[in-house]
Design a protein around this ligand. Structure first.
Ligand code: GLA
Length: 387
């Protein structure tokens, strides 16, 4: 059980009457397949032991009263009369309720306390953990009987429409569907997925946080999406079967390169290559070939840095520091980019040296120590017992 379950349950009990449902909603790592989800491609994420914990109970007065333990802040609104908040975090919660109301699901007001240990805004999807956790809780509390894919889509739409980030489906999907010791290879077009066992005792997934947060991330994210769409429009004029970059090939891009702005061409080539890398990475995992797998992670980073241009000096510094440590199989930036975290695959015996050397080298270069987390791949959003 997540250590924060009793803490959040107790905080709820102090402030609200009634017995809440308790929900554990994890963050995620993504081993490979970055910026491919909104291009209907492939991703390979896992849910983590770092999670956001919720205590939620229904109210009779139609109010929604949210308490953030981590920010020590509260927010109230009337069900259906949602308004964006300068506090930011209430928008992820309101966005979810808004989607339930818009879809005609019979929900009422709620009292809700939440808090967690997913680093915030770091590329580990704290936002999807908040959205998925509340969606799961509402489904249980109001007996709505929605299936897991419906919850994923509601949570994603909350972020797209209320928060205003045109994110793909990866984060909400893995948040709901994650499995312990398992990565999911998600086909972001069909929304089918394959389970990829990932439980080697001699390897660790290490997330290193630059501690740099950039406002730029959301606007640049939406720009990357638009650039991919621009590329698709050029290709579709020649081949109507191209619906997204998922359908593009390097040959097709080369054939029509004269029509592309060079920046758009680089963005599109990156996406096509990254999709191929996800396939190759899954094949490598099936053969237990972690050397090849790690090499593909490294290539993914190079593409994100040079062609997709979503890395940053700090992310590059962390990746380079990681790769200097013997026993590191691969390292890359993770998530949307421009700040946040890297993910490294590290031999268990090398983790101590990783923490010491990467900490020291990053600090020497940037003047700040990174925050390093060893994460486990765990179950997706689930109900927890208070005991
Ligand atoms: C963010 C988005 C995801 C995905 C990644 C980049 O985490 O929420 O949908 O696009 O960036 O791979």
């Amino acid at each position: 059980m997540h250590a924060l379950v009793p803490v959040i349950a107790e905080r709820f009990r102090k402030q609200f009457p009634g017995k809440p449902v308790l929900v554990v909603s994890p963050g995620r790592v993504n081993l490979i397949g970055e910026h491919t989800d909104y291009n209907e491609g492939f991703v390979l994420p896992g849910a983590t032991d770092k999670a956001v914990v919720f205590a939620v109970a229904p109210r009779a007065d139609g109010l929604c009263h949210f308490v953030s333990r981590d920010f020590d802040q509260e927010f109230r609104c009337e069900l259906g009369r949602f308004h964006r908040s300068p506090l930011r975090w209430p928008d992820y919660l309101q966005g979810v309720l808004d989607q339930f109301v818009k879809a005609g699901h019979r929900v009422g007001g709620v009292s809700c306390v939440f808090g967690g240990d997913v680093p915030i805004g770091a590329g580990m999807s704290s936002s999807a953990a908040i959205e998925g956790g509340l969606a799961f809780a509402l489904n249980a509390l109001f007996g709505l009987g929605l299936d897991s894919l419906a919850l994923v889509k509601l949570a994603q739409r909350a972020e797209n429409e209320f928060v205003g980030v045109r994110c793909g489906v990866m984060d909400q999907f893995i948040n709901i569907h994650g499995r312990a010791k398992t990565l999911l290879k998600i086909d972001c077009r069909s929304l089918g997925h394959e389970r990829v066992p990932f439980g080697r005792e001699d390897l660790r997934v290490v997330v290193s946080d630059t501690l740099v947060r950039r406002e730029l991330a959301a606007s640049e994210y939406n720009i990357r999406r638009a650039q991919c769409e621009a590329g698709v429009n050029i290709l579709r004029a020649h081949d109507p079967s191209v619906r997204s970059l998922r359908d593009a090939t390097l040959d097709l891009l080369r054939e029509h390169r004269a029509e592309f702005d060079p920046v758009i061409l680089r963005r599109c080539e990156y996406v096509v290559r990254e999709n191929i890398r996800v396939e190759e990475a899954c094949a490598a995992l099936a053969r237990n070939d972690f050397a090849v797998f790690g090499g593909l992670m490294n290539l993914s980073h190079a593409g994100l840095r040079d062609d997709y241009e979503v890395s940053s000096a700090e992310l590059d510094a962390l990746v380079e520091a990681a790769r200097r440590v013997p026993g590191v199989l691969g390292s890359r930036m993770m998530g949307a980019g421009f700040g946040g975290c890297t993910i490294s695959l590290v031999e268990a015996g090398a983790v101590e040296e990783f923490e010491a050397r990467v900490g020291r080298d990053y600090q020497a270069e940037t003047g700040q120590a990174p925050k390093i987390h060893v994460v486990r791949i765990e179950q997706g959003t689930h109900a927890a017992d208070p005991a």
